[in-house]
Design a binder for this molecule. Structure first.
Ligand SMILES: *Cc1c(COP(=O)(O)O)cnc(C)c1O
Length: 427
């Protein structure tokens, strides 16, 4: 298919592990050669052979206002011209903090970091330091970055104690990690009944985006909030993906539930490496230098990254901008449903804000990791390759969410739906 990509990938594999710098990019679960990209503009990306694609990956979420938005490009260029890093405070850090706080009122204090992984890692340490407890609870199929204590593969059953999900993670590091099925409040109640007074934090993706796109049931999140309040554990929303997407104010605005701590990443950097941890002042002030829990970063709050994130959020927060992208996402999914129905392909879709999921299943509901795993994986692979061939770029895994930007327009919509119509006919 793409000669240049095949050549570049063969060369990359001699030097980079697996030819990539992040595992899912390697196309292992769909087969074939990863497509090398050379530029992006708005909703479109272009590969090294000059082929164009409507992009629904958007760098796995960050590009909420599309590729190379002029405001972002000029903010980065202007900032860079005055120096790229100081290791001293800059005004941009406070400006981005203020913007985030205006969108997420549960955040009273914030600490900028460099990735979502770092935000989640620091959230765990802070929650343990603040509560003086060691256990943390996470959900099967939720992903919180490659943090040792959070790389836990839940076995079947509710009372699964942490078994490391990767070689290199000592069992001693994960034995304080409890796991429960997503969207199953009874399972969580059972764990709290047994371990409640030793649980420091419950970490949850309020809209799960790493097992395709699966929103939490509202009663599930309300139940977690109540259990945390009763037991003194902190409720941590991992909004690295759902932040500024599930709603402008994130999943916490969508559901109307305030977490104690929020992990951010992806959109907050607008395509540059940024993560953040924010929350109640009383808890956040436990971090160094105000409090005893150590946390630091040479490039944290980096001016280029702050400028990129600020330009992105300022644009996204303009009246109707995010709402229009949400409405566009609904039109996309309605169009896909219609074409799948016409072709006799059973398709279920989820949408929360500008995140979406498509599932090849005739099930009526997909609520847990087990439901996602039961979908037709082989059909997804054919759909993925068909769409790629037709110029629509989706994530190369049935366990990734899809993303829409404010740059997706009518041209991108009809291109995508025409492609879907042809591909569904061959499924
Ligand atoms: C992407 C992601 C992370 C990890 O962020 P990185 O920037 O890749 O380290 C953590 N949590 C969730 C929910 C994510 O989607």
């Amino acid at each position: 298919m793409s000669n240049q990509s095949e050549r570049l990938f063969a060369e990359a594999q001699q030097h980079l592990v697996g030819g990539v710098n992040s595992a899912v990019r390697a196309f292992r679960s769909v087969g074939g050669t990863p497509v090398f990209m050379r530029r992006g503009s708005g909703a479109w990306i272009e590969d090294v052979d000059g082929k164009q694609y409507v992009d629904y990956v958007l760098s796995y979420g960050p590009l909420a206002i599309g590729h190379a938005h002029p405001k972002v490009v000029s903010a980065i260029a202007e900032t860079a011209a005055s120096g790229t890093s100081f290791g001293a405070p800059t005004e941009l850090e406070t400006e981005l903090a203020l913007r985030v706080k205006s969108l997420m009122p549960a955040i009273e204090r914030i600490r900028m970091v460099n990735s979502g992984t770092e935000a989640c890692m620091s959230a765990v340490r802070l929650a343990r330091g603040y509560t003086g407890r060691d256990r943390i609870l996470k959900f099967r199929g939720n992903y919180h970055g490659h943090v040792d204590a959070l790389l836990v593969e839940a076995g079947s059953g509710v009372l699964t104690l942490g078994i490391p999900g990767s070689p290199g993670v000592p069992a001693s590091v994960t034995e304080t990690t409890l796991t429960a099925p997503f969207n199953d409040i009874e399972g969580v109640k059972a764990l709290f009944a047994e371990y409640g007074d030793s649980i420091a934090a419950v970490l949850v993706e309020p809209v799960a985006g790493n097992m395709n796109c699966v929103p939490a049931r509202p009663d599930f999140l309300a139940g977690l909030r109540a259990l945390c309040d009763e037991s003194g554990a902190l409720l941590v929303f991992d909004e690295v993906m759902s932040g500024f997407r599930a709603a402008l104010g994130g999943a916490q605005a969508h559901y109307g539930i305030h977490p104690d701590l929020t992990c951010l990443g992806k959109v907050i950097g607008g395509g540059l490496p940024v993560g953040a941890l924010g929350g109640r002042a009383e808890v956040m002030e436990y971090l160094a230098p105000s409090g005893p829990v150590y946390q630091a970063g040479t490039l944290s709050g980096n001016p280029l990254a702050m400028a990129s994130g600020l330009a992105t959020l300022n644009e996204l927060a303009k009246p109707d901008v995010h709402a229009n992208a949400e409405a566009w996402t609904a039109r996309l999914l309605a169009g896909m449903q219609e074409r799948a129905r016409a072709a006799g392909v059973p398709l279920l879709t989820h949408q929360v804000g500008t995140m979406f999921g498509v599932f090849f299943t005739d099930a009526e509901r997909v609520e847990r990791f087990e439901d996602v795993a039961e979908c037709d994986a082989e059909r997804f692979v054919r759909f993925f390759h068909g769409m790629l061939e037709a110029g629509v770029y989706l994530a190369p895994s049935a366990f990734e969410a899809g993303f829409v930007s404010t740059a997706h327009d009518d041209v991108a919509l009809s291109h995508t739906l025409d492609a879907a119509e042809r591909v569904f006919a061959d499924l």
